[in-house]
Ligand binder design. Structure first.
Ligand code: PLP
Length: 404
C-alpha cells in the first residue's frame, strides 16, 4: 500500500540548513533558520530557564499525566503575560486557555475549533505569511485565502490595501494576524493602525485569530501584545495562538497556548470542552517540561526579572544589528535604500533581492538565506556584518561605494 506514496521535496528551510552545515568556509553566515542567536552565533538556554529547570528536576516526584488542557498554572500565567495583569477579559469569565505543543500546536487547535464551529469558514492570511501557516490552518479542511499586506517598494505594511481587502470580507471570515515581528517581512502595524483595523473587524463581524510568536522581541512585551489586548477588550470573540519558542528560547520543548475569548461564559465553556476533545484526538496531552519552566519563571519575582532582562537584551541586540546592517549596506550598496530594515521589527526582513542574487550570495560568498531573500537578522554578528554587507554589495550593489 505504501509503495504508491509520492516522494515529497524537503522543506526549503531544511535544504538551506543542510547546505550551510556542509559549507566548510569559515566566513559562512547563516541567516536562514528562524532562531535567535547571540553574538557568538549560539542559541543559548536562557539563564532563568536553566535555573527554573534545575529546581523543577530537583522537586519533581512524578511523571504522571497532567491534564488535557495542560498545566493550569501555566495557562493562567500566559493569560496574564499576553493580556496584561487586570485585563477585562481575565475577569469576564469569557476567556479559556489550553496549553499547546508550541505555537504550531496552538494554531492547529484553533483551526480545528473553527472547523467544528463553522466548516465552511475561510481563513484569510497575509501575503506573504510564514509558510507553515498554510498547512497548519488548512490541513484540517478549512479554506485559505490571502489579503494584501506588504509593500516591497517601501518595506512597510500596505495598510490601505490590507484594510480595503478586509473591508470586503463576508461576516464570520477569519483573519489571521501577526501580533508583532511579522514573519517573513518584519513590517508591523502601528497602534493607530490596529485601532483602525479593529473598526473594520467589528463592522464586518470578522473573527480575528492573532498569532503571537515573538512577544518581547519587537518593541517590548506589552507593546508586542497591543493587538491582542485591544481586540480582547473590544470584541466578543478572539482567538490568540501563543508560542514560547523564541521569547523563552524553548523551541524544542514545544511550549505554547491557545486563548479563546467567547461571547459568553457558557460559550467559553463549550469552546474549551471542544478543544480538549480535539487535543485528545491529536496528541492527547501536551508536553509538560517547557510549560512547567515558564510557569516557574513567571511565578517567581527573581526569575521573572532575570528573564525580562535577558529578553530585553535579545531585543536590543536585534535592534542594534538592524541599525548596523543599514549603516553598512548604505556604504556597500549606495544605489539601494535599506532604511526599512531599521524600521522593521523582530528577527526577519527581506533583503529584497531576486533568487539569482540569493544563489550567488550562497555560492560565492557563503551567505545563506531563504530563496525569497528573507534574512534572520539575529543570525548576523557584529564581527561579520561588514563581510555580509560587502557580499551583498558585490552581488547587488549599484554604483560606487560611498566614502567612509
Ligand atoms: C509566525 C509564527 N507563528 C508561530 C510559530 C510557532 O513556533 P513554535 O511552534 O515553534 O512555537 C512561528 C515559529 O517560527 C512563527 O514564526
Amino acid at each position: 500500500m505504501l509503495e504508491h506514496l509520492d516522494r515529497l521535496p524537503p522543506d526549503p528551510i531544511l535544504g538551506v540548513m543542510a547546505a550551510f552545515r556542509a559549507d566548510a568556509d569559515p566566513r559562512k553566515v547563516d541567516l536562514g533558520v528562524g532562531v535567535f542567536r547571540d553574538d557568538a552565533g549560539e542559541t543559548p538556554v536562557m539563564r532563568a530557564v536553566r535555573e527554573a529547570e534545575r529546581e523543577l528536576l530537583a522537586r519533581q516526584t512524578t511523571k504522571t499525566y497532567v491534564a488535557a488542557a495542560g498545566n493550569a498554572g501555566f495557562n493562567e500565567a500566559m493569560e496574564r503575560l499576553v493580556l496584561g495583569q487586570g485585563h477585562a477579559a481575565l475577569t469576564s469569565g469569557r476567556l479559556r486557555t489550553i496549553q499547546a505543543p508550541g505555537g504550531c500546536g496552538a494554531l492547529r487547535l484553533g483551526a480545528e475549533l473553527i472547523l467544528r464551529a463553522a466548516p465552511d469558514t475561510v481563513v484569510h492570511v497575509s501575503t506573504p505569511t510564514w509558510a507553515n501557516h498554510v498547512p497548519l490552518l488548512s490541513n484540517c479542511g478549512l479554506k485559505l485565502e490571502r489579503y494584501p499586506y506588504f509593500d516591497p517598494a517601501t518595506g512597510d505594511v500596505a495598510f490601505d490595501a490590507m484594510l480595503g481587502a478586509l473591508d470586503r470580507l463576508p461576516p464570520r471570515a477569519v483573519v489571521l494576524l501577526h501580533a508583532s515581528c511579522h514573519n517573513p517581512t518584519g513590517a508591523d502595524l502601528e497602534d493607530a493602525q490596529w485601532r483602525e483595523l479593529l473598526g473594520v473587524v467589528r463592522r464586518r463581524s470578522l473573527l480575528p485569530f492573532i498569532d503571537i510568536a515573538y512577544q518581547g522581541l519587537g518593541r517590548g512585551a506589552a507593546e508586542d501584545a497591543y493587538a491582542a489586548r485591544l481586540f480582547c477588550t473590544e470584541l466578543p470573540e478572539v482567538l490568540v495562538a501563543v508560542s514560547c519558542s523564541k521569547n523563552f528560547g524553548l523551541y524544542r520543548e514545544r511550549t505554547g497556548a491557545l486563548h479563546v475569548l467567547s461571547a459568553t461564559p457558557a460559550a467559553a465553556d463549550a469552546a474549551i470542552s471542544q478543544l480538549m476533545r480535539i487535543a485528545r484526538g491529536l496528541y492527547s496531552m501536551p508536553p509538560d517540561h517547557g510549560a512547567a519552566i515558564v510557569h516557574a519563571i513567571l511565578g517567581d519575582g527573581r526569575l521573572r526579572k532575570a528573564w525580562e532582562e535577558e529578553l530585553d537584551a535579545m531585543r536590543s541586540r536585534i535592534q542594534q544589528l538592524r541599525a548596523a546592517a543599514v549603516q553598512r549596506l548604505t556604504v556597500t550598496c549606495p544605489g539601494k535604500d535599506f532604511g526599512y530594515i531599521a524600521r522593521q521589527r523582530g528577527m526577519f526582513s527581506y533583503l529584497g533581492v531576486d533568487v539569482q542574487a540569493v544563489r550567488e550570495l550562497r555560492e560565492r560568498h557563503h551567505v545563506y538565506m531563504m530563496d525569497d531573500s528573507r534574512i534572520n537578522v539575529a543570525g548576523l554578528r557584529m564581527d561579520n556584518i561588514g563581510y555580509f554587507a560587502q557580499a551583498v554589495g558585490q552581488v547587488v550593489g549599484q554604483g560606487q561605494p560611498r566614502e567612509g
